[in-house]
Design a binder for this molecule. Sequence first.
Ligand code: ATP
Length: 190
Amino acid sequence: MGKRIGIFGGSFDPVHTGHVEAVASFLNSGLLDEVWVMLTPDPPHKLGKSKASYSHRHAMLELAFADLDSAFVSTYEKDLPYPSYTLQTLTHLIQDYPVHTFFLCLGGDSVSHFHEWYKFEDILGICSLIAAERPGNSTESADPRVLEKTIFVEHIPLDISSTGVRSGTIDKGYHLPENVEHYISKHKLY
Ligand code: ATP
């Protein structure tokens, strides 16, 4: 049976509570049946910039979303040709799962910059966007063509970023799921 699937992509280096709560809000909106949390392999221009390996980032994602019904971690992009452009990923998904309807889920900051994405108008031609706001973001700089295709779900914005976790400027105990925090200290990441 055809489902409404939200694709939430990122490098998740590492996944944090802001990601988990955003996915919870996407699901709570009632707009989607499932969210597929899609781990992006390092794009060529970012090679070496990730601080944790693909397999560590994947393991942390599985831990973070283990208890959230209808959220599934996906490694689909790993098997697609580089670079992992969103347009390519969506085109392949639509071909591989013709019964489903796909939506692109993102944080509000990504909506504001969406017009800088590769062939963004082509992406908007094949799917709509579902967004969770991030503190400090303003949609003023967003392209009207993008906003027209975006639904913002009800969401309490959380001021957390992977950059903050990597740089040690935020409290890991408060901003990471407990099992992810344990994984990071066990494997001495970041
Ligand atoms: P970095 O700090 O390394 O740029 P990030 O915290 O923004 O990372 P990503 O893995 O780059 O996380 O983001 C994946 C997706 O999650 C993007 O759509 C981003 O907008 C969204 N996102 C990240 N943090 C939040 C947050 N606190 N609230 C809502 N959405 C978020």
